[in-house]
Design a protein around this ligand. Structure first.
Ligand code: SAH
Length: 247
């Protein structure tokens, strides 16, 4: 399939405008998002990176959805995206916020390789990658532990489990942003013991509706968790344990 970059750029501008996100764009950023989408579509034909492959859906369900996180991010600093997959939200954030230094982490090497190749080919000097399991890379003694101003995750695990994978990476004073859908309230309730045990404190759930301008809407809710104390050294535990006995 040939990718129509001009049509894709127009679609990004339209859907961002529809959701009042267009102030985040300029010509270079729109072109960069379009180049990223082209690589995503092309690479997805070789191996499965994402179920969302229609260019219109990429603009809406991937790009606008991830861009909606931007107002919640710190003004500058180091961001980690846990379970980045094909680069959501990490690549979108790196493109739209050149002032941030973004690290994209995933356990699957081929996904991380894709993100890393995108960083070079799109000239994103502020995007780097890490391959490995979050619970291993966040363990005491690892350089990544408690070293990020913000940690994001989209579509990785229920909040109760996700908190143990993500909060250990956040510096005290930083924030964990869990991108959730309609289940945000329930997942937050289920995580109410886990979050304080890991040094976090739920600040709020910020929710909104994104529209494609036609009939489709999606609910996006972000659980905003402040890191107020160090994570005790016994966390994160091994993954089997995290899942079997969630905090
Ligand atoms: N955030 C992306 C991908 C979601 S799919 C998006 O929204 O499109 C979930 C991803 O999380 C997968 O790529 C999987 O490899 C990764 N993942 C799940 N558990 C993980 C763990 N413990 N450590 C690192 N990556 C993990």
């Amino acid at each position: 399939m040939t990718f129509d970059s001009a049509a894709f750029s127009d679609e990004v501008i339209r859907v961002f405008r529809e959701n009042r996100l267009d102030a985040l764009l300029d010509g270079d950023k729109t072109a960069c998002l379009s180049a990223f989408a082209a690589r995503l579509v092309e690479t997805n034909e070789k191996f499965n990176l994402t179920a969302v492959t229609d260019p219109k859906e990429i603009a809406f369900k991937h790009f606008a959805d991830c861009a909606a996180l931007i107002p919640l991010l710190p003004r500058k600093g180091k961001i980690l995206d846990v379970g980045c997959g094909a680069g959501f939200p990490s690549v979108v954030l790196a493109i739209l916020r050149p002032d941030l230094s973004v690290t994209a982490l995933d356990a699957t090497e081929k996904k991380v390789r894709f993100v890393s190749e995108c960083a070079s080919s799109l000239g994103l000097a502020n995007l780097s990658t890490a391959v490995g399991r979050a619970e291993t890379l966040a363990a005491p003694g690892n350089a990544l532990r408690e070293s990020f101003d913000a940690v994001t995750a989209r579509a990785v695990a229920p909040l109760r489990i996700l908190s143990e994978l993500c909060l250990p990476f956040v510096s005290v004073g930083g924030v964990f942003l869990a991108m959730k859908g309609q289940a945000a309230e329930r997942e937050t309730e289920e995580a109410k013991t886990a979050i304080p045990m890991l040094g976090g404190k739920l600040r709020e759930i910020v929710s909104g509706t994104l529209s494609d301008g036609g009939t489709e809407t999606v609910t996006r809710a972000v659980a905003v968790v402040d890191k107020i104390r160090h994570t005790p050294p016994e966390y994160p535990r091994a993954y089997a344990r995290i899942v079997k006995k969630p905090l």
